[in-house]
Design a protein around this ligand. Structure first.
Ligand code: SF4
Length: 715
């Protein structure tokens, strides 16, 4: 029954990195009336509860920002667009004039369109001349990006979701796929039910719903899973389960920047025998041997991970070593065998990683630190040599610290909510108070409380642009409704801002379609080449995966093997990110983190998402059905710990770390793990990031949201 639907339109869900294709049914009043999964898209018609309620989200007008606002005498007052943008431009220009370009910054989002992030990045790095461009993807996938780049010489995964239909062993680590990427989980279950001998291994300190369906569930002690990965490698090389051919032809073993022998790699692994690590890891030696066997000996092994590996003080080492397991066993470059880091946000891959919108990178895999990469981009953007600064700008943590220290005077925040999502948030709030903060968003949020200027932004199908999801697939969202009230697209805001601060000619592409043309042509100068992904093709096709160098090219599902346009003829495997075509396997030692439990803080806090809420909840908490499903934010504890602390469901507890304290309701659940208290971060009346540590990976600068030692008290 199509009910009131007058026309159906191909689109994409605006939430997570699965990037589900959806069909949007518009009624006779041009209102979004119905949503269903797109059977022709890669998600094969499956969507989750959040995607299915997109129409309800579009109707939550009461929670939307309606018109620009300027803070006067401590209070946000309505203003015209001209008043607001004049003030923004004046403050930025004055700051740049008086304190230099590094006194201003942009803090963006993996939820903006590619065209929007690209324009912001170009304006700040190539125009204003500051690398202070960062955003919330620093908090979610920086470790995966650095991990891939170190191993393959290029960011972004080699494989794709189609590999799920060919894998025999799934190694799921640090991902609650059941709740956070439901269509992916359903596809894994379909493979499991296909009659083949399929094994699912789940590694997670929490016994999630994903873990509940595993053939092998390994409840590792929080913060220790690099011990597991190295121990699996130890077993594999001891048993001779490595692929000799692959090791000899396609791998360089690396200790730092030095190339070492396979024998030295084996010697490094001596410290990681299952018997040596089992006590600290919390998983028995026989279990380690068993999962090493199923990983190495399967016809095709696929690993999937998200924040459990990325948001860690050893996030890059974990990502390196996850890739190493595939390389050493040859479980890569064939259907069903691939490492695949899944993205949290809808457009963190396409919008931020690919456009180079972080403080240390430039478009299409280029690095700020490389003079030849800076020179290339300066030429392509037509700016004077030396315009792009040679040092990375502030990353998320150092940016908010620089705001605390009054080094950054003005910041433009778009489509994100750092006052709820940053770890150790109370530490960074003074900086938000002191800095001239411009916030563009569609919904009210915690961050608006600190804004000096608020700009109402268009939401989802109120504007047009391209999203790039986990598997390098670009998909178009077309505009179907007019922006609510006075809101404008983030691209319109950026173009207006650029003109008012004197970069109107430099930001010459003013519409989404024009920016896409500029951007896709730019890609042809790189190994990301997607010149063939035209706007017209995006309108017709269910997304295209890059590389895709010309308009006849079908896109590339699997990189580094024949079919990838950059693999030389005659080569079966070629990792073209490195000159010799080989991938790096690093010797990565496990280092005990600072947040190990002790007498003062005897239990671990770990945080994550739930199926029906999206990140800080500024959108999804407006939808009644989603709130009913999730309930309010709360702590979760295993019955064994509940008995130790003499608490029960419904009690109020206080959870304290060395960073901060939070008081909230408690739920006791058999699904939790002894020794770990869990909290999700969607509820603005329950901001768990007040307690979460801001320790971070030294290479990716990504904070560790997964391991904070705390104490619990009954209130
Ligand atoms: Fe798909 Fe993610 Fe949207 Fe759910 S939230 S429908 S899994 S893209």
């Amino acid at each position: 029954n199509e009910g009131p639907v007058k026309s159906w339109h191909k689109s994409v869900c605006r939430y997570c990195g699965t990037g589900c294709g959806v069909m949007l049914g518009m009624d006779e009043n041009k209102k979004l009336a119905r949503v269903r999964g797109d059977e022709e898209a890669h998600n094969k018609g499956v969507i989750c509860i959040k995607g299915s309620l997109l129409a309800e989200l579009m109707e939550k007008k009461d929670h939307r920002l309606k018109q620009p606002m300027i803070r006067k005498n401590g209070k946000l007052e309505p203003a015209s667009w001209d008043e607001a943008m004049t003030l923004v431009a004046d403050k930025f220009k004055t700051s740049i004039k008086d304190h230099g370009p590094n006194s201003v910054a942009y803090y963006g989002s993996g939820q903006l369109f590619i065209e929007e992030s690209y324009t912001a990045n170009k304006l700040f790095k190539g125009g204003i001349g500051t690398n202070n461009v960062d955003g919330n993807p620093r908090l979610c996938m920086a470790s995966a990006a650095v991990g891939y780049t170190q191993v393959f010489g290029k960011d972004e995964p080699a494989g794709c979701f189609d590999d799920i239909d060919h894998a025999d062993t799934f190694f799921i680590i640090g991902s609650n796929t059941y709740e956070c990427h439901p269509p992916i989980w359903e596809r894994i279950m379909r493979r499991k039910d296909s009659g083949k001998d399929v094994k699912i291994i789940v590694v997670d300190p929490r016994r999630t719903k994903t873990a509940d369906h595993a053939d092998f569930y390994l409840p590792v002690v929080p913060g220790t899973d690099l011990l597991l990965l190295n121990a699996m490698l130890h077993v594999i090389v001891k048993e001779g389960w490595q692929s000799e051919e692959y090791v000899q032809q396609h791998i360089n073993f690396k200790k730092g920047s030095d190339t070492v022998s396979f024998e030295e790699f084996k010697t490094f692994l001596e410290d990681y025998s299952p018997e040596k690590v089992e006590e600290e890891l919390g998983v028995s030696a026989p279990q380690i041997r068993e999962v090493a066997y199923y990983f190495a000996k399967a016809k095709s092994s696929m690993s999937l991970w998200t924040m459990g590996l990325n948001q860690r003080v050893q996030g890059v080492f974990l990502n390196n070593t996850m890739n190493s397991l595939h390389l050493v066993t040859g479980q890569i470059n064939k259907k069903g065998a691939t490492p695949l880091s899944m993205t949290g946000q809808c457009n963190a891959c396409g919008g931020v990683r690919d456009t180079g919108s972080l403080s240390h990178i430039l478009p299409h895999g280029r690095l700020i630190k490389k003079p030849e990469h800076r020179a290339e981009m300066e030429k392509l953007w037509g700016v004077p040599a030396g315009r792009i600064q040679p040092k990375p700008g502030y990353n998320a943590l150092s940016l908010f610290q620089a705001m605390n220290d009054e080094k950054v005077k003005a910041v433009l925040v778009m489509c994100t909510n750092p006052a709820q999502s940053m770890p150790n948030i109370d530490h960074y709030k003074p900086g938000m108070e002191k800095t001239f903060m411009v916030v563009a968003d569609a919904f009210d949020s915690e961050t608006i409380k600190y804004a000096d200027v608020v700009l109402p932004a268009a939401l989802y199908i109120e504007k047009e642009g391209v999203y790039g999801q986990t598997e390098r697939r670009y998909q178009l969202i077309e505009k179907l409704v007019e922006p609510y009230a006075e809101s404008r697209s983030d691209l319109d805001i950026l173009v207006d801002f650029a003109e008012r601060i004197g970069y109107g000619d430099f930001i010459s592409s003013k519409t989404s379609a024009e920016v896409w043309e500029e951007y896709r042509h730019l890609s042809s100068h790189s190994k990301y080449n997607f010149e063939g992904i035209t706007r017209d093709r995006l309108k017709e096709e269910r997304g295209l995966q890059w590389p895709c160098p010309d308009e006849k090219h079908p896109g590339t599902a699997r990189r580094y093997i024949p079919g990838d346009p950059f693999v030389p003829q005659g080569k079966e495997v070629f990792f073209y990110g490195h000159k010799d075509g080989k991938a790096n396997v690093f010797l990565r030692p496990y280092i005990r983190g600072n947040e190990q439990v002790n007498d003062e803080f005897p239990i671990y806090l770990t945080t994550g998402r739930v199926i029906s809420q999206w990140h800080t909840g500024s959108m999804t908490t407006t939808v009644k059905e989603l709130n009913t499903q999730s309930g309010p934010g709360r702590f979760k504890l295993h019955p064994q710990d509940a008995s130790h602390y003499n608490v029960k469901t419904g009690d109020t507890i206080r959870v304290t770390s060395s960073r901060g304290t939070m008081t909230g309701k408690l739920e006791i659940s058999e699904l939790e793990t002894p020794g770990v208290v869990f909290a999700a971060f969607y509820d603005k009346s329950f901001i768990i990031n007040q307690v979460v540590s801001d320790d971070h990976d030294p290479y990716s600068k990504q904070p560790d949201y997964k391991v904070t030692r705390v104490k619990i008290e009954k209130v």
